[in-house]
Design a protein around this ligand. Structure first.
Ligand code: UFG
Length: 341
């Protein structure tokens, strides 16, 4: 990929619509946008998001496919840019109900983009995923790597990228798709964190086990061809991810061309490494059960993020395991039931 530095203007941002702003990454991004002085409007249907995670002054409980509502919000708040997170995001659920994922993620995003275009929005930042790569041949993974999703979740997100490619070309919308690796950690002030129902992600499960909320932690597969036999992932702090969205949006609002960027640290950590570091941090020894490999898990996912670093000067600041785990630990130990009281 040819890297051309974008101009990132400082100063106030234009009003932004954040879909899925009650979810994990969306709520942290909305909070960071507010800190930058942006007027943020959140649209979320609260099927998986949490009302208590919404920090924005303007909140609409509704669906991205409700095109009349989307057009109304854009006009009412003079929205110029959207960050689109709203989606179903559980790999295992997508394998059980592929039609749900293509409907909720892909079809509804197509409808959302149509309404957004009609209402005159010119910039879109879209929440994509490393799951579009499937099992990559080369590590670290570059954006040009062949795309071969191995689950409907990844496929549903790739279709949205393709839609943006065409919509952008034909209707002059400029957009960025960010392919995240493993989002992790919690806001540094302890006010926001990760709360999925059901929880399937490694770090929250490890910390909930350390808190005694779960009896044991399952390790899915110890026979991978990796240093210790367990899967390797590239964990990136949720605030670093939020900042990637903000930088991309600022650059788009200036004059940056559309593009797709990986967002990761380039450093992989194994499942056992996460467990060991968590045990050291929390002072609790976990009871671990070794189980079969989980369907749909690639052995190693580590990002090459040189493109986003070069183009919008993104740098991970909080994505070391110590900060990831300590911020997550603070969240889970003060919110053992997540956002539920
Ligand atoms: N793991 C366990 N035990 C658990 C939970 C997870 O051993 O109880 C392992 C998984 O097998 C995997 C690693 O921990 O090797 C990380 O699993 P997560 O569920 O935390 O995250 P994933 O890597 O499966 O998922 C992430 C994103 C998805 C994205 C996917 C792409 O959260 O959105 O990467 O493969 F689709």
């Amino acid at each position: 990929m040819k890297i051309k530095k974008a101009v990132i203007p400082a100063g106030p941002m234009k009003p932004v619509l954040v879909t899925g702003g009650a979810g994990y990454i969306g709520s942290h991004t909305a909070q960071e946008l507010i800190k930058e002085g942006a007027l943020v409007v959140v649209l979320d249907n609260l099927t998986t998001g949490h009302r208590d995670a919404v920090r924005a002054e303007h909140f609409y409980e509704g669906d991205i496919a409700d095109t009349a509502l989307v057009e109304h919000i854009i006009k009412e708040h003079q929205i110029q840019s959207v960050i689109h997170f709203a989606a179903k995001s559980q790999v295992s659920e997508s394998l059980a109900k592929p039609e749900l994922y293509f409907c909720e993620n892909t079809v509804k995003s197509f409808m959302f983009f149509e309404a957004v275009m009609k209402a005159g929005v010119k910039h879109v930042v879209f929440s994509s995923t490393a799951a579009v790569y499937g099992i990559p041949k080369y590590i670290p993974i570059r954006e040009e790597t062949m795309l071969a999703p191995i689950n409907p979740y990844g496929a549903s997100k790739r279709m949205i990228e393709e839609c943006l490619e065409w919509v952008g070309k034909v209707h002059g919308i400029r957009w960025v798709a960010l392919r995240y690796f493993n989002a992790a950690g919690a806001s540094l002030d302890g006010s926001l964190g990760e709360d999925h129902g059901p929880e399937t992600h490694l770090i929250p499960l490890v910390l909930q086990t350390a808190l005694g909320l779960r009896e044991k932690l399952s390790v899915f597969g110890a026979d991978y061809v990796t240093s210790d036999g367990t899967c390797i992932r590239d964990y990136v702090h949720v605030i670093d991810l939020a900042n990637a969205h903000i930088l991309a949006l600022r650059a788009l609002e200036h004059s940056m061309q559309s593009g797709i960027f990986n967002v990761g640290t380039g450093k992989g950590s194994s499942v056992l490494e996460i467990i060991e570091k968590s045990e050291a941090l929390t002072g609790h020894k976990l009871s671990v059960a070794y189980e079969e490999r989980r369907e749909g898990d690639p052995p190693i996912l580590v990002a090459d993020s040189e493109a986003i670093k070069g183009v919008v000067c993104w740098e991970p600041r909080y994505s070391n395991l110590e900060t990831i785990l300590s911020s997550a630990w603070r969240w889970h130990s003060t919110h053992p039931n997540g956002y539920r009281q």
